[in-house]
Design a protein around this ligand. Structure first.
Ligand code: CP3
Length: 368
């Protein structure tokens, strides 16, 4: 069923949109009529919208060139560079959305914490945050500290026109996992033990992260993002009972920080097949599904009225065109079980991906 323009406007309510600046792309830039936003509010536009998680990054030679000599976090906090890198995959692939070039640990850097992103390893903290004393000492971040983010977003949306920018933040569990662990880990034993050994300290840490991720989202939305995505990349390590008892409310708080603006919110996790129902309850308008669960099954788990995003297996990108085409056709077909479908990968673009394959894939999806 196709939603008419007027009922679409009813979903993006005028009362909510009026909280955005009159020049915001959703009010003045035409992004409300873009295929991405239409699908996110439950419509089926002429062609399925498609974008890729990690579409900006090492798979693009122009990214590697732009980044030369500048470290990752410094790049994120240099507005002209962050805007340029955000635009690169839109120009090259003709995707239906830009995703803001930044990182889930950028708010920690803005807060003045000792954090770095080490190539091949990911985020690394100077020291872990596990005890109540360490967590109580975490600072409040003044909203003005997010000005470099606002500036980068606003430079980006000026050049994007009617193509929407998706803002994002890390979900409390995923960001707190790096903080509790002091860096990356496979099993996330640090945060998973902490929530049982010292539930009050865990609660305080997750509350702090939910607030800064919420501030990060709000800064992007106020400066021009037309949608947001909350990334809970490591939530799949949790049993559902722990997700419900120690995580769900914090993810709800982060998503709640931008609810008043009425913009569509995507809630995405990896390895979260067993948590899809609980993640839907935490909030968000669209559920992002990784490559492990077929979209028709995911739709059964969250309810057919929820638009889904996903879930081409990144492993297929280098498996040969015919294989990728067949797999994509299957993803599109299973996506019809949901009210609407935003095509994406089931996780980020691997750095080794041939970018010409992505461009061809966008064309194929647009012709479907
Ligand atoms: O195109 C996009 O998706 C844009 C921006 C983006 C980045 N990181 C840029 C980035 C987004 C949305 C993220 C989110 C992010 N960061 C997540 C959640 C999504 C996911 O992938 O599950 C996580 C877990 C992180 C933490 C992080 N940052 C990791 C694990 C790494 C990779 C480290 C490595 O070298 O393998 C980073 C670094 C990072 N973030 C890069 C990019 C483009 C690579 C930096 C480089 O060029 O070396």
């Amino acid at each position: 069923m196709t939603t008419s323009s007027s009922s679409r406007r009813a979903l993006l309510t005028d009362a909510q949109l009026s909280r955005l600046a009159p020049t915001h792309p959703l009010r003045a830039g035409g992004t409300d009529d873009s295929p991405l936003i239409r699908a996110m509010v439950g419509d089926r536009p002429e062609h399925p919208p498609v974008w890729f998680m990690r579409q900006a990054g090492r798979s693009l030679p122009e990214y590697r060139q732009a980044r030369e000599g500048t470290n990752m976090l410094e790049s994120c906090l240099t507005p002209s560079l962050a805007a340029e890198i955000t635009l690169q995959p839109v120009r090259r692939h003709g995707v239906d959305a830009a995703i803001f070039f930044s990182d889930i640990v950028v708010p920690l850097k803005i807060a003045g914490l000792d954090v770095d992103i080490v190539p091949g390893r990911g985020p690394v903290m100077g020291s872990p945050y596990r005890t109540m004393r360490e967590i109580e000492a975490l600072p409040e971040i003044p909203d003005a500290a997010f000005d470099p983010i606002r500036e980068a977003v606003s430079l980006t949306v000026d050049q994007l026109g009617s193509t929407p920018l998706i803002g994002f933040a890390g979900a409390p569990f995923t960001v707190a996992a790096y903080m509790a662990e002091g860096g990356s880990s496979r099993d996330h034993l640090g945060p998973r033990t902490m929530m049982h050994r010292d539930p009050e300290a865990w609660e305080a840490l997750a509350t702090w992260v939910a607030r800064v991720s919420g501030q990060f989202l709000a800064a992007q939305v106020e400066a021009g993002a037309s949608a947001v995505q909350l990334f809970d990349s490591w939530a799949g390590s949790l049993p559902e009972r722990d997700y419900r008892a120690h995580v769900l409310a914090h993810s709800a708080a982060a998503l709640g920080a931008v609810e008043k603006y009425g913009i569509p919110r995507v809630h995405f996790g990896t390895g979260t097949g067993e948590l899809l129902g609980a993640m839907k309850e935490a909030g968000g308008d669209v559920v992002g599904v990784d490559y492990r669960v077929d979209l028709d099954e995911a739709s059964r788990r969250v309810g057919p009225e929820t638009p889904l995003q996903g879930n081409i297996d990144p492993a297929m990108l280098d498996a040969g065109w015919e294989v990728l085409q067949k797999h994509t056709t299957d993803v599109l077909s299973k996506g019809r079980a949901a009210a609407a479908h935003i095509v994406n990968l089931g996780h980020g673009v691997p750095p080794s991906t041939d970018p010409t394959v992505l461009t061809r894939l966008v064309e194929f999806i647009h012709e479907s």
